[in-house]
Design a protein around this ligand. Sequence first.
Ligand code: BG6
Length: 522
Amino acid sequence: MTTHVSATADACVLVIFGASGDLTHRKLVPALFELDHARRLPKGLQVIGMARTPMSDDEFRAKMRESAAKFASGFDAGEWDEFAKRLHYHAGDAAAPDAMPPLAKRIESVAVAAGIQKKSGSANVLFYLSVAPGLYEPIIANIGSCGLVSEGKRWCSIDPAGASWQRIIVEKPFGQDLHSAESLNRALGRVFEEDDIFRIDHYLGKELVQNILVMRFANSIFEPVWNRVHVDHVQVTAAETVGVGSRAANFYDAAGAMRDMIQSHLLQVLALVAMEPPSLYDAGAIMREKIKLFNTARPVPAEKLPLWATFGRYGPDPAKSEPAYADEKGVDPARRTDTFAAMRLEFDNWRWAGVPFYIRSGKKMATKLTEVVVQFRRPPTNPFRVIRPDSEERPGNRLVISIAPHEGITLRIEGKVPGAGIKLDSADLDLNYLERFGGEPVEAYGPLMLDAMRGDRTLYKHRDEVESGWRICQPFLDCEPLRSSIHTYTPGSWGPGAADELIQRDSPNPRSWHNPQPEAKG
Ligand code: BG6
């Protein structure tokens, strides 16, 4: 699948469509600055921000300076002045066909001035689509029709020094449903080779998400128990304390939690937990295993859909004088958009047949938390029942992979409480990432952009992964009884009670969500 991956990031012109947007301000430019600060940006890298508002390079730099000072770690005024020389601004409507020839000229002049034009006469160009989703297809078509994709990576791999590459990073959402995702993938495929398309998922940039494969496949003790014989169920949670706020009108009300978080980020996390071992740690092998897994997701009969998922939206928060989701600005209450979604999945494969995977995500929840819980079965028999009849009640082992805000891995085991006789209690083996490995968590976008500059798609998504994600979620999204029975939940809670019923259903064992206590403030 993959053709040429460089050892280090290649110099290129990074063209950001949507330069006046939130993502550029809050994430992209601060992340680029952090990379520059860490001396990780390729020498010669240039950035052209494009948006409709007329602005000079200096005005753009001044705006970006404010953002970097606020959002980049290690901001330094002197370093900024050096970095800012890499920033350029080009005003124009990228969705309009006549906008591209001037952009092409600008790319050329910036590349020539920076000395990064290739022998072939064009430069490496990394496009970054960070605009409203409705503009994706017109912009991609314009890039293609104006000849901005001059050479493919295959040619580059024959003569990497002389030829250039053109790649594109695409932000989520990848479509609004399966149909629109397929249409977007076709539009991308008409202009770029699949190898040159980088569908970004910032969750794949998180350290503890990347560590899932390392934990599973660089150790020998986990794989023998990582299956239906030993695992009772798996939970994947992404809880946020923030509400939807001003994003409702432009984005969220047409999306909701299942589209925004589960279909995209959480299915990716789940795939890393459940996939078969890749033969190599490389993009092709990992993508193939994820796709194979998604293809085994058990189809849920229509009448069971309401039992396998639940939707919720937050109610008002009188203590903070905050409105219910349905009363937020820009929300159409009749749409019944979910700010909380929980679902159950099963995979019909040898490893996981019969093991439920529970996924949930919500806004205005009790605490900010992203984690995976692997709940193991109880021991098959309990020799301690002779002396402690109640010891039968002890829980099975539980492995918690904490992704955010705390980064670590905890394994709950049973132990003997010191003293006379046999009394059992649970205790945690706790690996705290920060304490063990040091370093501060870095903004995921920076390393991901560097990967795209190297041509490495290991942490990006293939078109089949995106479409499979939609195939899994679409039946739930289209299920009218599920949508019309949306539950209201209390802000600061763990979501509607229906989510507890979902996890308790169909199990002879008492299953429950792992809801850790919010950390005390102060
Ligand atoms: C984004 C969603 O992709 O991820 C947001 O659109 C969500 O709604 C965000 O808040 C969560 O990211 P993180 O890294 O804070 O868990």
